[in-house]
Design a protein around this ligand. Structure first.
Ligand code: BDR
Ligand code: CA
Length: 315
């Protein structure tokens, strides 16, 4: 079985990514590393612990990664995406405090250790900024040749960004880190807005979780409805919310959900193109590429699997 590490800025869709990873057969979720973005890093760690407890997965360790980008010295509460994910990251839903604590070891060291231990069997899925993976690569460059695959949620190639016309939120947090990761030797799949904005969940689906009559079904329906309401109120989409992060987990496990193009990519961080994910002209004629960019998705098949997994998990 494949081993998976999730690297999350635990907001609403990150919470859905945890559920998908736990419900999917043939994969062991061996740990969660925390990041910042949808909320502060401590909140992301606390949210992951609480969600794991809610889902009965108290054996999955949660680590703290780095709490701010590689080019700044802080990330504060004024910068979190509270309009979309609520003040606590998980749609203002109050879950019981977790009985467990975060791991004492650093998230970056956990990534390095797991890369050596599991090598090509390890799938690393960042659905927040790329800061932790970048730091792990800086500390131990060898892991670029060890980790089997990195499938990340972030970026936009064929559509506009969601923060600026060019930048998607996760990339926008730390474009320099994302650039180093994309230009490393890692084998990478990019699950960006190109496909996640086409993969929408509606209240019809969250209602089926509510109808299960379980604490898990209700909590996940409440958390996700906050996000669907935010999409509606902010005019992002009037029908549902994008399944950004759980789609990345789905693609990591079954690449056939998406159509991809092979490309060598970079992230620009000059003023006019800050956080833009784009082909790297300097490596255009190289014989090999290391990034597969998802540009189309079989959303009906994905949604079917997504609902099947999560509904069984919430029963
Ligand atoms: C990404 O940014 C975060 O707000 C979401 O959790 C997702 O990972 C979407 O741009
Ligand atoms: Ca996220």
């Amino acid at each position: 079985t494949k081993k998976m590490i999730l690297d999350l800025d635990t907001g609403v869709d990150d919470a859905l990514a945890i559920a998908y990873a736990l419900a999917a057969p043939d994969v062991d979720l061996i740990g969660i590393v925390s990041s910042y973005g949808n909320c502060l890093i401590e909140q992301a760690g606390a949210n992951s612990l609480k969600l794991l407890e809610l889902l009965g997965a108290t054996d999955v360790p949660v680590y703290l990664g780095l709490g701010h980008s590689s080019t700044t010295d802080h990330f504060d509460v004024m910068q979190v995406s509270k309009d979309i994910h609520g003040n606590n990251g998980i749609g203002e839903v109050e879950l019981p405090p977790a009985k467990r604590a975060l791991e004492a070891a650093a998230g970056v060291d956990f990534i390095i250790e797991a890369a050596h231990k599991y090598a090509e069997n390890l799938i690393f899925v960042p659905t927040g900024p790329m800061t932790n993976l970048d730091a792990a690569l800086a500390k131990d460059p060898e892991i670029a040749n060890l980790i089997g695959n990195v499938t990340f949620m972030g970026g936009a190639l064929t559509v506009e960004g969601n923060v600026t016309p060019f930048a998607e939120a996760n990339i926008n947090q730390d474009p320099q880190a994302a650039d180093r990761v994309l230009r490393s030797a890692l084998q990478i799949t990019m699950v960006g807005l190109d496909v996640t904005l086409r993969t929408l969940l509606t209240k019809q689906e969250t209602q089926t979780w509510r109808n299960l009559g379980t604490a898990t079904g209700k909590a996940y329906a409440d958390i996700t409805d906050f996000y669907i309401d935010a999409y509606y109120n902010l005019g992002i989409d009037k029908t549902g919310c994008a399944l950004h992060d759980p789609l990345a987990v789905g693609v990591a496990l079954d690449p056939s959900f998406v159509k991809t193009i092979d490309l060598n990519m970079k992230v620009t961080s000059d003023d006019n193109n800050y956080g833009r994910t784009i082909g790297d002209n300097a490596r255009l004629n190289e014989p090999t590429t290391n990034v597969k960019v998802a540009v189309d998705v079989d959303k009906d098949r994905y949604l079917g699997v997504f609902m099947d997994y999560l509904t069984k998990l919430f029963k």
